[in-house]
Design a protein around this ligand. Structure first.
Ligand SMILES: [Zn+2]
Length: 111
């Protein structure tokens, strides 16, 4: 299964191209308070239930929603800092895939 970003309007997928650009993917935190912060930052409504969207077990955000300061570097690798909250909304879809704007939530509903 291809991983893709759960942020509204963000079309980043985990593929060779995103890796080339240094984009990483980060799972929603287990910590309840931090998780709420992420959900609030994503600010997304489930189109079916019209309730606040809840991240599924495989929900991820890409690194485009975080600032450099949110990461700790370990040589070539980087890791989100504890307590990091996404602060950069991505509103512009990437031009190359803008003609394919299916909601990325479809796969989450099958869980
Ligand atoms: Zn994203």
């Amino acid at each position: 299964m291809t991983r893709s970003c759960s942020a509204l309007g963000c079309t980043t997928r985990d593929n060779g191209r995103s890796r080339e650009r240094g984009i990483s993917f980060h799972q929603f935190p287990v910590d309840a308070a931090q998780r709420r912060e992420w959900i609030r930052a994503v600010n997304r409504v489930d189109p079916r239930s019209r309730q606040a969207w809840r991240p599924g077990p495989s929900a991820m955000l890409c690194s485009r929603h975080f600032t450099e300061a949110d990461f700790e570097r370990y040589g070539m690798r980087r890791k989100l800092r504890r307590g990091a909250v996404p602060s950069l909304p991505v509103t512009e879809p990437e031009e190359a895939i803008s003609n394919c704007r299916r909601p990325l939530t479809a796969s989450l509903h099958s869980f």
